[in-house]
Design a protein around this ligand. Structure first.
Ligand code: F6R
Length: 585
């Protein structure tokens, strides 16, 4: 594989297609808005209108695209595909935005994923085709055009492409004059939504879950054609195949209501989502929790894996379960290899989206070594869930802000409840939700601290013991939401080097159950001029609820981060350069 290419043109995107009776302008606009969590560098649409493909693209968020086009311009069309893009390297330009077209503009293509051998295919096509952009996607359009000219159908051309293309991709294609959407899936998710007014096809159920619950998940190597009333699927052997219809309920968050941002709205939802998860342990998820506990007891080793915030939750899980005497390791999904797994390992994948590529790679490594996969996910029917034998659902509902908040809290809570089950103890969470409400609503202390931190360029966060991953988590949030350079350290670690960076006025937050557990480290910094901000259960006035310290401190950290970012006037829900779901390596 061409590594330089991977570094250069990795993309992860949201794609949607629709054929049907409803106002296509509205369907694609709202669908793309729902997919923006996958990326918001640029977007574009292609519509079938008067036997022509009308293509519009724009750099920036989806709203920018729709500002450029009027409803009347697109009205009357019954078939369209659309795309929202996130590029890791290279220019974010209109020319690199999807849809991409073939030379004769007979075909329009949108794509999520990566064609790893794109340079090779490009060089085969370059003599006969004018390739305008630097993307791997455009070569799909030219490749298909060449096959069509040789008399193949679009489906046959996509099947041919599948035999030659290496990588991870989901592709949607429109052909001029045909009210049909053609599709190909290989490793990236692709799902058909079957509604009474038409059919959808998209990278995920979010895009159409407000129209239908009926979802048909395609398998790797599948091609499909979708019209207003029908859909046909062909398997990797090119035979017509049946894919079952699943009914998927997905609670949606359409607007921010009176909250200025989704982030704070989602933080306010924490007490409710916590209650929902707690309830489920006693009823509809009881057998999954029991199975989890059983497996942890049975297996020689447990590997918990995840990325970003989910990895921090995994680390907390590791600490909780190790204290119970189990051989548990949390491994960052970007670091694993097959030697980490065996038939005697239980692998637990933690992921909000269930689509994070690094996590999927780790799951694949584990499966290859015969390890059983359990998962803790938020998005139902996500790829991670579909690869797992047992899943605990976080039940947090849709999370729109790029930063995870309510889902992180529920991830940690899953481990806390598992630990209780392993002890054979009854759980008592009766004061948890009210404690969380107190943290969120009685925010005078957070307000004071945020005032002190608002102009800082660097902030250190120290955590003792189980609060160490929380320090990492708060530092991550400070980076991504407030754009402050921040580092999370284990209390006691500063004196081994980082202390050299402490000078008069350096701001240090200390997270701990009790001040006494972190006091020494904070004092060492204070005596060198640092200004310290201890956040403990005493500070929060939540003595007696120490059992849930991680959940309270995490929640407080989210409110603090939000307040700083708001004072700075930053784009809190969509921080620059990021996307909610990281579907590339
Ligand atoms: C940080 C954040 C990310 C995600 C990470 C993993 O606030 O949201 O660090 O935690 O990208 O995503 P999931 O949990 O979807 O696998």
């Amino acid at each position: 594989m061409d590594v330089s290419f991977r570094d250069k043109w990795l993309e992860m995107c949201g794609i949607i297609g629709y054929n049907g009776d409803k106002d296509i302008f509205d369907i694609l606009r709202k669908g793309l808005k729902r997919l923006e969590y996958r990326g918001y560098d640029s977007s574009g649409i292609s519509l079938q209108k008067n036997s022509e493909l009308v293509i519009k693209k724009s750099v920036g968020q989806v709203n920018e695209l729709f500002k450029k086009i009027s409803e009347t311009e697109l009205g009357g069309s019954k078939s369209g595909i659309a795309h929202t893009r996130w590029a890791t390297h290279g220019k974010v330009t209109e020319i690199n935005s999807h849809p991409h077209t073939s030379c004769q503009k007979r075909l329009a293509v949108v794509h999520n994923g990566i064609i790893e051998n794109h340079e090779e295919i490009r060089s085969q096509l370059e003599n006969n085709h004018l390739i305008r952009s630097e993307t791997d996607t455009e070569i799909i359009a030219h490749y298909l055009e060449e096959k069509l000219e040789k008399g193949n159908t679009v489906i046959e051309s996509l099947q041919e492409f599948h035999t030659e293309a290496e990588g991870t991709y989901a592709v949607l294609v429109q052909k001029k004059g045909r009210e049909k959407i053609f599709a190909l899936k290989n490793k990236s998710p692709l799902v058909i939504g079957y509604a009474d007014h038409g059919n959808f096809i998209s990278s995920d159920i979010y895009a159409f879950s407000n129209h239908t619950e009926k979802s048909i998940f395609l398998k790797d190597g599948d091609t499909a054609e979708v019209t207003e009333n029908t859909y046909k699927v062909y398997n990797k052997d090119r035979k017509e195949a049946t894919r079952s219809i699943k009914n998927i309920k997905w609670s949606q968050t359409e607007n921010k209501r009176n909250f200025g941002h989704y982030m704070i709205k989602e933080v306010y939802e924490i007490p409710k989502t916590v209650e929902k998860l707690v309830k489920s342990v006693k009823n509809h998820q009881s057998s999954e929790f029991q199975k989890f506990a059983e497996k942890i007891r049975q297996k020689e080793k447990v590997v918990i894996t995840g990325c970003g915030s989910s990895f921090h939750a995994a680390k907390i899980g590791e600490k909780i379960l190790r204290r119970k005497g189990f051989n548990v390791r949390a491994l960052n999904a970007v670091e694993t290899d097959e030697t980490d797994f065996s038939e005697e390992t239980l692998t637990v994948a933690v992921s909000q989206s269930g689509e994070t590529m690094d996590v999927l790679d780790t799951v694949e490594q584990a499966i290859n070594k015969g390890s059983e996969i359990f998962s803790i996910v938020n998005v139902p029917y996500s790829t991670v869930q579909r690869k797992s034998s047992t899943t605990i659902n976080l039940l947090a509902g849709q999370e729109i802000c790029v930063a995870s908040t309510k889902t992180f809290v529920n991830q940690v809570l899953v481990f806390k409840m598992l630990s209780k089950i392993l002890d054979g103890e009854k759980t008592d969470e009766s004061n948890l939700a009210s404690g969380l409400r107190k943290v969120i609503e009685e925010d005078a202390m957070v307000e004071r601290v945020s005032e002190k931190l608002v102009d800082e360029e660097k902030i250190y966060v120290l955590g003792s013991s189980v609060e160490y991953p929380l320090a990492k988590e708060l530092a991550l949030k400070l980076k991504e939401i407030t754009y402050t350079h921040s580092e999370g350290l284990r209390a006691g670690e500063m004196k081994h080097g980082t202390l050299a960076l402490v000078e008069k006025g350096t701001k240090i937050i200390g997270l701990s159950k009790k001040l006494s557990q972190i006091e020494n480290s904070l004092e060492e910094a204070k005596s060198r001029g640092a200004e310290i901000f201890p956040i403990t259960m005493e500070e929060l006035g939540l003595e007696g609820l120490e059992e849930f310290t991680e959940l309270f401190i995490a929640t407080l950290g989210f409110v603090l981060t939000y307040k700083i970012a708001k004072k700075r006037g930053l784009p809190i829900d969509k921080p620059r350069n990021l996307a909610k779901s990281v579907t590339v390596r």
